[in-house]
Design a protein around this ligand. Structure first.
Ligand SMILES: Cc1cc2nc3c(=O)[nH]c(=O)nc-3n(C[C@H](O)[C@H](O)[C@H](O)COP(=O)(O)O)c2cc1C
Length: 268
């Protein structure tokens, strides 16, 4: 593995030299190497295909979990143009609760099934190969008729699966490097990627696709929150180990990508 990396670094360095951008192999960052190794060239995929085995299942399921059915979404709200115009990052929230219908709208906008097409249940965000690597978790701390806890959004039937009951606002605040925007909103969404769904087809390039898809889902959450007169912020600065541990995922096959607190803005 290390040999392969060094070889790739030398190759990339040689390529950059021939383009007039001389660079020593040891100066290449992991990001430069990642981008190079996941590129397509004339000879196809530049990286090494290690054989990715079986794909991870399309739907992650907590079979024994208590389930909460989400209400059908309402299509009332701002035009997409107005939502784009009004969208901004909100980092301070009122103590007002959210209701289940609002929560359903936000989750369905990010990762809900919208149509059946070509035998595939398509979702609100585009996905490379329609392989849908993302999963969404919700830390609920102030939602009407919902027990506080960590939930997993079950895409296949639009429900919430209770992973663990309790108030996790302090844990999520700490995992987000104690940013004050996190832990004080009625809900906090965490976007994760289950890489095995997409690497099986695209090898390491699948990581790029998962990150891009998280960006699309993130924007949908921003726009839906805006349409509900609420706000959110994409939080990428967090302690990966703490957050993955809180979610009960290993950080390798499934890893947290973004935290998004959602609620009514404290200042307008
Ligand atoms: C990938 C990503 C990571 C971000 N991480 C953080 C973060 O950790 N903390 C934070 O307060 N804002 C974070 N932001 C929000 C940006 O700071 C914000 O979008 C930017 O300042 C532009 O402001 P606007 O969203 O109000 O237009 C992040 C945004 C993105 C897209």
């Amino acid at each position: 593995m290390l040999c392969h990396r060094i070889f790739a670094a030398m190759l990339l360095s040689a390529c950059l030299s021939s383009c007039g951008q001389a660079q020593e192999p040891q100066t290449l960052s992991i990001g430069q190497l990642f981008h190079h190794e996941t590129s397509f060239g004339d000879a196809g995929f530049k990286g090494k295909n290690i054989g990715w085995g079986q794909a991870a299942p399309l739907y992650k399921k907590y079979d024994k979990a208590q389930k909460v059915e989400l209400p059908k979404p309402s299509f009332a709200g701002l035009s997409v143009e107005k939502a784009i115009q009004k969208r901004k990052s909100v980092r301070s929230f009122m103590e007002s609760p959210m209701n289940l219908e609002q929560l359903a709208r936000i989750l369905l906008s990010a990762n809900g099934i919208t149509q059946q097409r070509g035998g595939i249940a398509r979702r609100a965000t585009p996905s490379g190969g329609a392989l849908y690597p993302l999963d969404l978790y919700v830390i609920a701390t102030n939602v009407d008729e919902l027990t506080n806890g960590l939930y997993h959004f079950q895409v296949s039937d639009s429900s919430l699966e209770l992973v663990k009951e309790g108030d996790f606002s302090i844990q999520i605040f700490e995992a987000a490097n104690e940013q004050r925007a996190v832990g004080a909103s009625p809900i906090t969404i965490i976007l994760t990627a289950r890489f095995g769904r997409i690497t099986q087809k695209y090898a390491d390039r699948g990581y790029r696709y998962a990150y891009i898809e998280a960006g699309a889902a993130c924007q949908n959450i921003y726009l839906q929150a805006t349409s509900l007169d609420m706000g959110t912020v994409a939080v990428g600065a967090f302690n990966d180990d703490s957050l993955n541990e809180l979610l009960g995922i290993d950080g390798l096959h499934e890893a947290a990508l973004l935290i998004m607190p959602v609620g009514y803005p404290a200042q307008r």
